[in-house]
Design a protein around this ligand. Sequence first.
Ligand SMILES: NC(=O)c1ccc[n+]([C@@H]2O[C@H](COP(=O)([O-])OP(=O)(O)OC[C@H]3O[C@@H](n4cnc5c(N)ncnc54)[C@H](O)[C@@H]3O)[C@@H](O)[C@H]2O)c1
Length: 362
Amino acid sequence: MAEKLRIGIIGGGGIAGAHARAYSKMDDVQMVAVADVVPGKAAEFVARFDLAPASALVDYRELLQMDLDAVSICVPNVAHHRTTMDALAAGKHVLLEKPMSVTLEEGIEMTRAAKRAERILSIGFQPRYDPNMKLMREIVQSGMLGKVYYVLTGGGRRRGMPGGTFIRKDLAGVGAMADIGCYSLDMALLAIGYPKPLTVSACTSAYFGTNPLHHPEADRFEVEDFGAAFIRLEGDVVLNFQISWAMHMDSLGPSLFLGTEAGLRVTPGGTGPWGGAWDGGVGSMTLCHDIAKRNTDSPIPLISHNVDIFYEKVRDFVVAVRDQLPAPIPAEQILYNQAILDGVFRSAQTQREVVLGLPADL
Ligand SMILES: NC(=O)c1ccc[n+]([C@@H]2O[C@H](COP(=O)([O-])OP(=O)(O)OC[C@H]3O[C@@H](n4cnc5c(N)ncnc54)[C@H](O)[C@@H]3O)[C@@H](O)[C@H]2O)c1
């Protein structure tokens, strides 16, 4: 394509900066506009990331009326659905930040809208671009584990609770399970081919977030800081999933893939209070298998790299739009991730196992 791709960003907060930095490095992209609902914030964003002459707007619907090929949507979770639906209706391709939505119904509508509009809807799971995450997928998908029948995934921060928009029901909608849990789900499900989830039994709690000893905004903490779930997947696979933003424990342990021929143990990377979940990459990988009937643990050498996974995510989207390729991280896939999260909250509320009502066509 001779002409540059024309891009807009909706929401000028924290993660939008990673999108702006990535787009700014691309010669085949032109930043056309930024919209943020807080007056003055888009202009400040345009100045901070040196995006002039990009327009700075308050109303994202004005941005959607402009001549744009695609938008990055970087607004709080509860606004994902409306902004995405409007962007698709306006004929724009969409790179949407994770988690996809707050409810499954929203996710279904968004997925169908993208199909109808014949536009890309890609969801922002940058850990997929970590070379060691790719290595892990390669090992699982090589077949050397045999049939994978059980996966334990998730991760725990000992203390790593965000504040601000992330803890409010009216803005984030959901807490730790969706905020960092969606990454763990994506990594585990992608490795085993994203089988359709069938049922979920889960619990959630908020003992740390609501305690002023542990959180400075305890009186405003309205979401979960911990959750655990038992999920049945199509193909006779069980997924055990647990996430914490805070707990009295240093770790929730490694992730495990149990197969009939071998097992794979993956410890999470990331250091400091915010590490320890799968959004922080891979710390170590071990293949547990038998050699000559001897139980053998083989460490897998990790790839040392300095890949900018945020750049890779945005670049992959741009290339897909430019070359008319399928969505790099398709909504159809992430809908299963969203279905599990939706089931987690319904099950936790009703204290029962719930059946995930995914439509037959999705
Ligand atoms: N991929 C990642 O690593 C990553 C990291 C952080 C956040 N996120 C996700 O990105 C999203 C945003 O998170 P954040 O940390 O940037 O939050 P943030 O609160 O820093 O920024 C959100 C911005 O959106 C603006 N906004 C809200 N509603 C809007 C609307 N209707 N139109 C235009 N602007 C609007 C807010 O004013 C704010 O400036 C969340 O869904 C979060 O889960 C992803």
